[in-house]
Design a protein around this ligand. Sequence first.
Ligand SMILES: *Cc1c(COP(=O)(O)O)cnc(C)c1O
Length: 362
Amino acid sequence: MYPRLVIDLNKFRGNLDAVAKITKEDGKCDSLMIVTKSFCADPVLCRMVAEHPMVDFLADSRVKNVASYTEMAHEYLKKTVLLRIPMHCEVEEVVRYVDLSFNSELSTIRLLNEAAKKAGKVHSILLMIDMGDLREGIFFRNEDVIMETVEEILGMENIELYGVGVNLTCYGAIIPKADNLGGLVEIARKIEDRFGIKLQMVSGGNSSSIYLAEKKELPEGITNLRLGESFILGNDTAYLTKLPGTVDDALILEAQIVELKEKPSLPIGEVGVDAFGEKPEYEDRGIIKRAIIAVGKQDTNLDGMTPLDTKIDILGGSSDHTILDVTNSDTEYKVGDVVSFKLDYGAVLKLFTSAYVEKTYK
Ligand SMILES: *Cc1c(COP(=O)(O)O)cnc(C)c1O
């Protein structure tokens, strides 16, 4: 059935080998987290990741996805991580399914402590520090707040402070550098000195930090990276450079042509707004060969799709249809033919989330 995602496990394994080597050998990190949220913790991919000897943690932003890891054979199950700051309403599930959760709010950590106590467990947390990207974390300049928070956490019987972490290049698009990552390491050392403890992890960010590891410039003291996009698509997300040993076509979307007709490139009549309330712009290409494929904005981001046939242009689409200009292609397409696309991060995320898209493995 189409539309379908073709998941090439050998190519994914190659990407994983490459990013693991960069993180651990070039970046000298102790541990590697692979982030499964972009592929909705697909069980076959998760298992492949979990079996890899250089992966230490499986991480996701949704508890539901983390809970699904436990269906994997026990011998492969790595430590599990919840990346998004927990909601108050989910602390019991967090304690049940997650080994290490990221936190920045004392009220939530207190609830996790109570839930862990009830469950007879000790729950590990990573305290998030905001180094300027302005998404989650205690703001780095508020050192008093950081120290007071750590002091209270250390007094909690059922919470273990596993380490500190930073997230960058998500909201503020701030690029990881020696100064912001170095600043995090400095905060970690201050916490250790002040309280006489050893932090087990200083997590230095996501796929935007791997370029530093590759250049062997990851600041000393950063012991972990959390990688999603660089594993899936083989690029760093700070400068979008392609990482050595990776490919960007481990995941291909295939969609089927349902209509193919010669029509004008300019719509006829007064122009209002399209199905999404936007005013479209058209280019006059004369009469063109227009193919409609059965996949749309409910399943994917049209801007995030690149046809493997480089002579196809994506003209636009609506919820369930994507319209292609196939006029210049060397292939004589017909109704029923399948068109293939490479994908960007946003398209991957939506395609895995869509219940209307099949998944196949090769
Ligand atoms: C999504 C996420 C990641 C992974 O980001 P990529 O850019 O896909 O590598 C890492 N850390 C946190 C906190 C995240 O939310």
